[in-house]
Design a protein around this ligand. Sequence first.
Ligand code: ZN
Length: 273
Amino acid sequence: MPEGPEIRRAADKIAKAVAHKPLSSVFFAFEHLKAYESLFQEQQIIAIEPYGKALLTQFDGGLSVYSHNQLYGVWMVRKAFNYPETRRQLRMAFHTEKKSALLYSASEIEVLAPEEVAAHPFLSKLGPDVVNPNTTEAEVLDQVCSDRFRRRRFAGLLLDQHFLCGLGNYLRSEIAFVARIYPNKRPMDCSDEQLEALGKAAIAISRQSCETAGITNDPALAAELKERGWRRRDYRHWVFSRAGQSCHVCGTEIKKVTLAGRRAYFCPCCQPE
Ligand SMILES: [Zn+2]
């Protein structure tokens, strides 16, 4: 499953292909959206913003298209009208003179007015988006310290899109490690310094992953390990998927546990239970 940084990169790729350009054609598979095809063809896309695993495609006329990929939806950017060979069903397409952005298999597509975006049942419940450049460490810290979340374990919180949006399983382990917090602790068990470190790490690690296509380890260290012949899966992260290998910071063996139903990794020395 893609996490926030991967979805942000996908959104940026789609925007680069079809935003701020005249649209030569717009296609919707669903009958109730057909009426919007000719309307959007006259407009331009001004932004494509990820919200958790959903994307909001904003048009200059004020309307937005909400699409949620669920498990099977996939976006493809191709040369204009160059459809891939696939058994998937095309659900939505934006074409410009040079490029096509094609959405296959997604089942949830809606056209929303601005007030409907604000009241949307999925969008309105999401926590601050860690890969959105407008989200601040203070907003993250407010969530961490709120009555709603401070009694819950980070293991569950860091996967909950209502807490922070854009996180997922590898980021959960990596953020907890960088903040030096054992992932099964609760905010109420932590010092102010640890909570501040978590707020910083949630934003910094997610954005770094976005910029580096998935490197959450220290970039200089990752480059050095790569130079020394390490495999990507071994130099990419601090702890995630590194059970049995030694911690990049202290040399202790990284442990794997199951928390909130998913695999998690931690250093017993840097993140004491
Ligand atoms: Zn360690």
